[in-house]
Design a binder for this molecule. Structure first.
Ligand SMILES: Nc1ncnc2c1ncn2[C@@H]1O[C@H](COP(=O)(O)OP(=O)(O)OP(=O)(O)O)[C@@H](O)[C@H]1O
Length: 392
């Protein structure tokens, strides 16, 4: 490794091959160092940072970096358009009327090039991911870029190339009305956002309205020099669809009142009156395939909706007491967590490398302390090399 080996590749193909990991490539120590720096820069850039922010660190040669910069965009274009076109046909055949209506509205806004801000309101199971996949397929099949964003880390697992809003748009973790996203005009990320035909933002009801305000400012700034910029439209005329369910968890604000939390939601934002609200109402999970317990599932889904609509218990001063059916309660609290983990993650050790094993399961916890308890219990069972990985 340390010896300088003859290099038969020209500079550009060498850089590309090295970054794409070609076996048996012969390179010098200096080149190895540059490639490693370029890879680190790649990782940092994909998380909205750069080696340039750390003055004690070296920076890789520009030719390596420009390949990486293009990779941020290439990653969003790296799809087999023929396969997507045939996948799209299958999706479109299956859409039900309310899904098709939403699809037409969004695709119409994208092809009309006139901007558009939508909010899709839908309960769990009504086919939102299915719809996002159809819409993404439709745009990507024509070589367009769709940015799939979500508010929570765990939900990034559900769609290809999905990122959290904070990571994709460099939104500060602690924000207030005056915060800013640090995306520089002309940067690779700014170029990616400019090129994007559509932004799909899931679970938008879960984070503070200030996130949308600072993104609005940021997009206006980034798009100012682009042909698609429209100063009169929110987000400079970018087509964005937000999705959320106000029955579910809203933004978490430490020690704030119920009123403050409601005030911090997206529907209290100045942007809300620009949003065209669309709705999905049909729970697809209850209408697909054969299920012997279908009536039981329908009752359970209705009960959940009633809790969200404040119809399931006796309400006093905005708080309700809800009776939990005994068949879904874990009764012995001493072994409750062990029982829950065993139930949800059976045979975990032999499933560690099974692709969808972790994607299909999650334990939700109300506080960070509970999350730590669950993480500690689960990682204690895993082989040592996995100990340091934390769940999202
Ligand atoms: N039009 C459709 N045709 C066939 N299957 C569908 C259709 N719409 C949704 N589905 C299926 O219904 C199930 C629920 O859909 P999906 O996961 O997209 O809902 P969701 O609204 O994202 O749910 P959640 O909010 O719980 O994540 C999935 O198995 C999905 O593949």
């Amino acid at each position: 490794m340390a010896k300088l080996m003859p290099l038969t590749l020209d500079k550009e193909s060498f850089s590309q091959r090295a970054l794409l990991v070609v076996q048996d490539l012969m390179i010098s120590e200096v080149q190895i160092k540059d490639i490693i720096l370029a890879k680190i820069e790649d990782l940092l850039q994909s998380n909205g940072k750069s080696l340039k922010e750390y003055c004690e660190m070296s920076y890789p040669p520009e030719n390596l970096v420009s390949i990486l910069e293009d990779r941020i965009i290439m990653k969003e274009l790296n799809f087999d358009v023929n396969a997507l076109a045939s996948e799209l046909g299958e999706y479109l055949e299956k859409l039900i009327d309310e899904q098709k209506f939403t699809y037409d509205q969004i695709i119409g806004a994208v092809s009309g090039n006139m901007g558009g801000l939508f909010f899709l309101y839908g309960q769990g199971g009504c086919g939102k991911i299915f719809l996002w996949s159809t819409i993404s397929c439709s745009i990507r099949a024509k070589g367009g870029i769709v940015l799939n964003i979500t508010s929570s880390g765990i939900a990034t697992l559900l769609l290809t190339n999905r990122r959290t809003a904070h990571s994709r748009f460099k939104i500060p973790l602690t924000i207030n009305e005056d915060s800013l996203c640090s995306i520089k005009q002309g940067s690779p990320l700014a170029r990616l956002i400019t090129k994007a035909k559509l932004i799909i933002w899931d679970e938008a009801s879960m984070i503070s309205k200030y996130c949308y305000k600072i993104l609005d400012k940021c997009l206006r700034d980034i798009l100012r020099c682009s042909d698609s910029y429209n100063a009169h439209l929110p987000f400079g005329g970018k087509v964005i669809i937000f999705e959320g369910d106000f029955r579910q968890i809203l933004s978490v604000i430490r020690r704030d009142s119920r009123q403050d939390i409601i005030q911090s939601s997206i529907n209290s934002s100045y942007l809300w009156h620009n949003c065209k609200v669309l709705k999905l109402t049909k729970n697809m999970k209850l209408s697909l395939g054969e299920n012997n317990n279908i009536q039981e599932l329908i009752n359970f889904a209705e009960w959940l909706l009633n809790i969200g609509d404040d119809l399931a218990g006796d309400t006093i001063d905005g708080e309700s007491i809800v009776r939990i059916p005994s068949d879904i309660l874990v009764k012995n609290s001493e072994i409750a967590l062990d029982g829950l983990i065993d139930f949800l993650y059976p045979d975990i050790l032999s499933n560690l490398s099974v692709e969808n094993y972790f994607k299909d399961r999650a334990i939700l916890a109300p506080t960070l302390d509970c999350v730590t308890d669950v993480n500690n219990k689960m990682t204690a069972e895993l082989p040592t090399y996995l100990d340091k990985k934390e769940s999202t």
